[in-house]
Design a protein around this ligand. Structure first.
Ligand code: FAD
Length: 379
């Protein structure tokens, strides 16, 4: 189905991002998977090409492209090439905006240029071993010590955990109020800040997901983002954009899984005919085609609403819920239609299946999305 919300500039941007991926990402995907981490060079190249925080103001080195369609294009193209470890959208569309939105002038001038050039890679650390969905249950604390905060605790499952030079860490700041938390910019090399080994995962093999530890880390007051008790609100406020980013990638991932499955079933033969000639195959693919098209229209509309600051947390949750559940179904049917070859890593559908599973869990599980949506319905 033809999409109607992109202009010529977006098509040109997409072409140039595709060229970048062909040159700087595709040739390295196997090596990154093997290493469990993406190379820093790719980040620096992305920065050089203007693909990091393209929305940021020109005074910091950004292009001032305040249009979420550019973020959507990058999330889509990464999904089309099945690259789940190079978490450029996390850096650009999730972490960077915290600094632009809640950082003060000094923090922005100090950090944004390096972030835009790819010299400072970002991560955000909310989840803890005993608190994920229930963020208010986190135990990491930041105690005001006059000229600095003393940070203690640990975080788990942190994307970009090893590469990150600046981690936005959520920590409790008032024992009497469970929603009082601050967001602290913890920098590489700060004494007491340590990282665990990369976590072994089902998919996203090139992603350096890690555990982070904070032992009496002295975080200067200059590294507090916004208000020391406002972090919970900031997190909630930013999650809608994060979820929209997930939805953009998930529907594109479903499209890619559908395409690779179509390619396979038209080639593969059984009982003297292509698998695509069986009615079961055609009906499954027709169902998927319909659902992906419907999802795409919804996501594109959400992107345009977000551009006008009209996307509500509830609708962003609907987008994440629907597209990530759909992605799960499409990759599962895709594996089925590949038969045993679908279970082999050398076939793209296998990696897509493994990469897709987390989409229904991170950035808020499907169950939490339903909580948000039903709360909006005043139920
Ligand atoms: C690969 C990967 C990357 C990640 N990246 C990051 C990152 O960069 N930064 C970060 O901070 N976190 C990150 N996460 C963490 C992720 O966001 C959490 O895993 C997720 O929010 C779920 O939290 P949990 O794992 O503690 O599960 P739990 O909260 O323990 O949930 C377990 C189950 O209980 C259900 N459940 C919980 N509460 C309710 C409820 N109220 N109603 C109904 N059901 C409920 C959940 O839906 C789920 O099915 C990442 C995780 C992974 C695996």
């Amino acid at each position: 189905m033809q999409r109607i919300h992109f202009d010529t500039e977006h098509s040109m941007f997409r072409e140039s991002f595709r060229t970048f991926l062909k040159k700087e990402v595709l040739p390295h995907q196997d090596a990154w998977e093997e290493a469990g981490v993406v190379s820093r060079e790719a980040w620096l190249k992305a920065g050089e090409m203007g693909f990091l925080l393209p929305w940021a103001d020109e005074e910091y080195g950004g292009a001032g492209l305040k249009d979420f369609r550019y973020e959507q294009i990058m999330a889509e193209e990464l999904a089309y090439i099945n690259e789940a470890g190079f978490m450029l959208p996390l850096h650009s569309a999730l972490c960077g905006p915290y600094i632009a939105e809640y950082g003060n002038a000094e923090q922005k001038a100090r950090l944004l240029p390096g972030i835009i050039r790819g010299e400072l890679i970002l991560a955000v650390a909310m989840t803890e071993p005993s608190a994920g969905s229930d963020l208010a249950g986190m135990r990491t604390t930041a105690v005001d010590k006059g000229d600095h905060y003393e940070l203690n605790g640990s975080k788990v499952f942190i994307s970009n955990g090893l590469l990150a030079d600046v981690v936005i860490v959520a920590a409790k700041t008032d024992p009497a109020n469970k929603h009082a938390m601050g967001l602290f910019l913890v920098e590489r090399g700060m004494p007491g800040f340590a990282r665990g080994a990369p976590l072994k995962k089902l998919g996203m093999k090139s992603q350096d997901t890690a555990e982070l530890f904070f032992n009496n880390v002295k975080v200067p007051k200059a590294n507090l983002l916004g208000d020391a008790k406002g972090g919970f609100f900031y997190l909630m406020n930013m999650l809608a954009q994060e979820r929209l980013t997930n939805a953009c990638g998930a529907v594109a991932g479903a499209e890619a899984a559908l395409q690779t499955t179509i390619d396979y079933v038209t080639e593969r033969k059984a009982f003297d005919r292509p698998i695509s000639h069986f009615q079961n195959t055609r009906f499954k693919l027709a169902e998927m085609r319909t659902q992906v098209d419907v999802a795409q229209v919804f996501v594109d509309r959400c992107v345009m609403d977000h551009n006008q600051k009209k996307l509500t947390p509830e609708v962003a949750a609907e987008a994440k819920l629907f597209t990530t559940e759909l992605l799960g179904k499409v990759v599962d049917e895709g594996v089925q239609l590949h038969g045993g070859w679908g279970y082999m890593w050398e076939y793209p559908i296998c990696k897509m299946y493994a990469n897709a599973r987390i989409q229904r869990i991170f950035a808020g599980t499907s169950e939490i999305m339903k909580e948000i949506i039903s709360r909006g319905m005043k139920l």
